[in-house]
Design a protein around this ligand. Structure first.
Ligand code: NAX
Ligand code: ADP
Length: 303
């Protein structure tokens, strides 16, 4: 990794994320009695190539259960693989092309993109279309979306889309994806995680969430948080898709980024801790169970 600029290198010690209820009041604020579905935002989730449709469903279900007013899912396939989600028919499922085409009329207030997106030409085109159109809504970029961003041939254009954006952009890499984005290897990332996450935030001028035990969050201005919740029960496929949906949900609902992003990270880990405390996992804990526990805590936060 190249050297860090002064404003990043001089960043303070990470703020520990322990007591989510006091740190993230915006997440736990009661709803107005007069609220309606239009009061709680609309999230569009883009990803889900054939064989990974579940990644989009997990992110979209997580967003729904975090309270998003409306949730759309766009699959990177020629038609939606399902007419509706049998577990959550509340979700609106589309082929990604159709969703992007209709986006202007759907009132979308945030995007989560990349979960199971895949590496096809269609995936590349969809991401190009989304980032290149410079939407004025926040975008959370996860999983294969990050792999595309890391491609040397694409990086300059997409990086310019991020750095010139007028709304929050959030990258949520695990160490493998962070290594690709920073031209290093996983060992290089893990050797100095605070430095790596700050570097990501600086290089891409965005919010960066470096996942893994003790997830780190860095704001574009260098503010740093370290998560104190979570456990190895989260080490199973799909939990990252859930986190991407949760962050997208809170941003779609208009929660400020400094509450929405570290707040979602804390709540995601706290949900896993809640499951273990109640006899579910760590072994065999599923991403779907994490969503349900997160909803319980969102409505009944630990005192
Ligand atoms: N139900 C579904 O449809 C699922 C789809 N998924 C999607 O599948 C796509 C590819 O995921 P893959 O798991 O194949 O590939 P990844 O790029 O997620 O992981 C590849 C490798 O990165 C390394 N790595 C990941 N996390 C690490 C950590 N915390 N510390 C150290 N090394 C780490 C590991 O060596 C891992 O095998 C993504 O788009 C993802 O969204 C997955 O989320 C799993 C569930
Ligand atoms: N040992 C662990 N302790 C705490 N959190 C973990 C642990 N292992 C994984 N996680 C969390 O689980 C999630 C895994 O995300 P990711 O690697 O993207 O998985 P996937 O792509 O399968 O969804 C991240 O939020 C990560 O921080």
């Amino acid at each position: 990794m190249s050297s860090l600029p002064a404003r990043i290198a001089s960043a303070r010690q990470p703020v520990p994320l322990q007591d989510g209820l006091s740190l993230f009041p915006a997440l736990f604020a009661p709803r107005s009695a007069l609220s309606h579905k239009g009061s709680h935002g609309s999230l569009a989730v883009l990803g889900g190539a054939a064989g990974m449709s579940g990644a989009v469903l997990l992110a979209a279900r997580a967003a729904l259960l975090m309270g998003t007013g409306k949730v759309f899912a766009g699959f990177c396939q020629t038609v939606s693989p399902l007419p509706c989600d049998p577990q959550h028919p509340e979700l609106m499922l589309h082929a990604a092309d159709a969703l992007l085409e209709a986006a202007g009329s759907l009132g979308i207030s945030a995007w989560t993109a990349g979960c199971g997106l895949g590496r096809s030409d269609m995936a590349e085109r969809l991401l190009h279309q989304l980032l290149g159109s410079q939407p004025m809504q926040p975008i959370v970029l996860d999983a294969d979306g990050l792999r595309w961003l890391a491609e040397p041939a694409h990086r300059p254009f997409w990086r310019s889309c991020l750095t010139q954006a007028g709304a929050p952009r959030v990258l949520t890499p695990h160490p493998g994806e962070a290594a690709a984005l920073l031209d290093t290897d996983i060992a290089g990332i893990q050797a100095d995680r605070p430095r790596a996450v700050m570097h990501l935030a600086q290089r891409y001028d965005c919010w960066a969430v470096l996942k893994g035990a003790g997830t780190l969050v860095c704001a574009p201005d260098g503010r740093l948080w370290q998560n104190g919740s979570g456990n190895p029960g989260l080490a199973s496929g799909g939990t990252g898709d859930v986190l991407a949906g949760m962050i997208g949900s809170f941003l779609a609902q208009g929660v400020p980024p400094e509450q929405a992003i570290p707040g979602a990270v804390w709540l995601h880990g706290a949900a896993a801790d809640y499951l273990v405390a109640h006899g579910t996992g760590p072994k065999g804990m599923t991403a779907s169970e994490v969503i349900l526990a997160a909803r319980t805590l969102l409505n009944h936060p630990p005192a």
